[in-house]
Design a binder for this molecule. Structure first.
Ligand SMILES: [Zn+2]
Length: 230
């Protein structure tokens, strides 16, 4: 599938971890059995104790990081955002700080990477200022305009989200990954959402992992960002 690629840098990000559910377990097993790193975006405000217990004990190839605060939309109109233009710097700072503290308490401070992903993959310059004040190193969102801090953003989403989540065909995903890799725009970030993954999505992810294996170097988000800077 990826015969024309060589030594490309890739990371996988899975969003919305907060509950110990079978899809999350299945995804963790898929990556653990291939010894492939996976960055897990954890929702601090809704993280359940049983899930925290399980996540905190994962091998270090699973990078745990902060996904917003409550995954709540605060925009009255337009696209959904938890950290969008409707929020002041002070409101954003407070939400990020309490999320950071709760994740550290529940997962252990040494287990949480200084990485932040905003729900719906969008945020503002105020978000970046608050993150830098709170000693975050990496922001991961969509590939829209930069907001003023080191970024390792997503290039390929397994799903389209027009009316609920629809799995993209494998051929489309392969083309998107190939196009992104050939554009030399840094590591290729692939986004998963375990809560909407059914049999076909797990099969597609397994096929991508196995096809990328011979041609890709897999990283966590933080490692991919460091690599990109050097
Ligand atoms: Zn999310």
């Amino acid at each position: 599938m990826f015969e024309s690629l060589r030594n490309i840098d890739v990371f996988f990000r899975d969003d919305d971890a907060d509950n110990d559910i079978p899809q999350l377990r299945r995804l963790l097993h898929l990556f653990a059995s291939r010894q492939t790193p996976l960055s897990l975006a954890v929702i601090p405000g809704t993280l359940q104790p049983a899930a925290a217990h399980m996540l905190a004990r994962l091998p270090l190839s699973f990078e745990l990081h902060q996904h917003g605060w409550m995954h709540a939309n605060h925009e009255r109109e337009g696209r959904k955002c938890e950290f969008g233009p409707a929020r002041t710097f002070a409101e954003q700072f407070r939400d990020i700080e309490q999320g950071r503290n709760r994740l550290r308490d529940m997962l252990g401070s040494g287990r949480v990477a200084p990485v932040f992903t905003p729900p719906w993959n969008r945020c503002t310059g105020d978000t970046a200022r608050a993150l830098l004040d709170l000693q975050f190193n990496v922001l991961s969102k969509d590939r829209s305009a930069a907001v003023g801090m080191p970024e390792m953003s997503i290039a390929v989403d397994l799903f389209t989200w027009k009316q609920g989540a629809t799995l993209k065909p494998l051929t489309q995903l392969a083309t998107e990954i190939e196009t992104c890799a050939k554009a030399n725009a840094g590591p290729v970030g692939i986004l998963l959402h375990h809560k909407v993954m059914l049999e076909d999505a797990f099969a597609t992810t397994a096929t991508l992992l196995d096809a990328l294996g011979p041609v890709a170097r897999f990283h966590t988000l933080e490692a991919a960002c460091q690599r990109n800077r050097n």
